[in-house]
Design a binder for this molecule. Structure first.
Ligand code: PLP
Length: 392
């Protein structure tokens, strides 16, 4: 195939660094090795039965046709009500909500609906690796705001102010964060939102890990702060991480009506609607509240126990520098004391201890590696023992 057949958009995309380590880990596993996998970005729990049953019921009842491209009306209403009651984002109706095939696609649609060539999009670094690629696909330019372990991986209002130019269209905030696991406080978010509103820029607030916060951390939605905030903030969430539904592909977007309509229009010409019966499954998360709440509580508690086990374990090993993080299911220790790059360190762990982690370089920071504790307590204990030997 001649090179010019590939578009500039496609050529411009950075291949996923996580895939290289993932395929190496899979090959090792296939050859019979006992690999401890910390590279997964999804809960290792099964989707709860009550959600599966609701989906199966919908299929049996023939709910298998096209629906409104912005999503199932009952689900959009339920999402609006949940966001009003729990996230305190007021005055919402179904017109503010779009349901898409995964939070990833919700983010992409939000960026496509608001950004274009000539625009700059601010992304705190380290970042979830899809953001810069989505921004590039819109023709806009990603601009990074650096954070470090010393600054708790958080950007400040003054950093944001300095980074804004006349071309800035949007700030992407991921809270709780992948890959760092940090959670912003209400005060920190209020300061950032104040700057964004004063500078008239949008915030894409990716809250996909909103239900996974631990210790004294509280999840706060910045769109709840004021009417202006509601107007300028696009809130993304979904079912993948909250209800262990990654393969179902279902995400939610909340925005002002004009923006939600623009997003719905793009979706109508790309995927039409997210799968109809899958949306009925998701609806049960709101109509069967008791089951949903008890699943969430159990999953959160198990993640919390693993978080503490892994964090304490890493702190007692050579090379790892950790800060206590209170969200999502990731730890992002610094490994510069080892003298290795993040890829070399990840390869050493895989080759010598059969432990798969993701090099920080994939998230824009070569001084760290990412552990996902979406894996069993037994695997964590085994990996800690292996690292004690491998990192002597
Ligand atoms: C920060 C962040 N946003 C969005 C997503 C995508 O979620 P979904 O599976 O619903 O597309 C992920 C998944 O890893 C994520 O880490």
């Amino acid at each position: 195939m001649k090179n010019h057949i590939i578009s500039d958009w496609a050529r411009n995309i950075t291949p996923s660094l996580t895939l290289a380590i993932d395929s190496k880990a899979k090959a090792l596993k296939a050859s019979g090795e006992d690999v401890c996998n910390f590279s997964s970005g999804e809960p290792d729990f099964d989707t709860p039965d009550f959600i599966k049953e609701a989906c199966i019921r919908a299929i049996r009842e023939g709910k298998t046709k096209y629906i409104d491209s912005s999503g199932l009306l009952e689900l959009r209403k339920a999402v609006a009500e949940k966001a009003s009651c729990e996230n305190k984002i007021l005055s919402l109706t179904e017109k503010n909500v779009v349901i898409s095939a995964g939070a990833k696609y919700s983010c992409y649609l939000a960026i496509l609906a608001t950004c274009q060539p000539g625009c700059e999009v601010l992304i705190p670094s380290p970042f979830w690796l899809s953001y810069p690629e989505m921004v590039k696909l819109s023709g806009a330019t990603p601009k990074f705001i650096e954070t470090s372990i010393e600054s708790g991986f958080k950007i400040t209002a003054s950093q944001l102010k300095k980074a804004i130019t006349p071309q800035t269209r949007m700030l992407i905030l991921n809270n709780p964060s992948n890959p760092t696991g940090i959670v912003y406080t209400r005060r920190e978010l209020e300061d950032l939102v104040e700057v964004a509103i004063a500078s008239n820029i949008l915030i894409l607030s990716d809250e996909i890990y909103e239900n996974l916060v631990y210790d004294d951390a509280q999840h706060v939605s910045p769109a709840s702060f004021s009417e202006e905030a509601r107007n300028q903030i696009i809130t993304i969430s979904g079912f993948s991480k909250t209800f262990a539904m990654t393969g179902w592909r279902l995400g939610t977007l909340i925005a002002n009506e004009t923006l939600a309509k623009a997003v719905g229009n793009i979706q109508s010409h790309t995927t039409s609607n997210a799968t109809t019966f899958v949306q009925y499954g998701a609806l049960s998360c709101y109509t069967q509240k008791d089951e949903a709440t008890s699943f969430l509580k159990k999953m959160r508690q198990i993640f919390d126990e693993r978080r503490q086990l892994l964090m304490n374990g890493l702190q007692n090993l050579p090379y790892f520098e950790c800060i206590p993080t209170k969200g999502a299911f990731y730890l992002f220790p610094k490994i510069t004391a080892s003298g290795m790059t993040s890829s070399a360190f990840a390869n050493k762990l895989l080759d010598e201890a059969k432990i798969a982690v993701v090099p920080g370089l994939a998230f824009g920071n070569d001084q760290h590696i990412r552990f996902s504790y979406a894996t069993s307590q037994e695997t964590i204990e085994k990996a800690l023992k292996r690292m004690r030997i491998c990192l002597q």
